[in-house]
Write a protein that binds this ligand. Structure first.
Ligand code: ZN
Length: 62
């Protein structure tokens, strides 16, 4: 089997959110043990960046 840089070698790579297979040549994001396809990236980013989320007018409050 051919070894590619930093790509986990498994039969099928699936998106952690929608469960769809990420196919050859498709871009995806891998962070904190989860994989996100391009469609799920906004949701993934929202979760990963949640600590940095602010509401305008309520900065400084919890
Ligand atoms: Zn997805």
């Amino acid at each position: 089997m051919r070894r590619t840089n930093c790509v986990p070698i498994r039969g099928t790579l699936r998106c952690s959110f929608c469960g769809l297979e990420i196919t050859e040549g498709e871009r995806y994001w891998y962070c904190n043990g989860r994989t996100a396809c391009a469609v799920c990236l906004p949701e993934f980013a929202r979760q990963e960046l949640a600590p940095f989320c602010r509401t305008r007018g309520r900065e400084g409050r919890r």
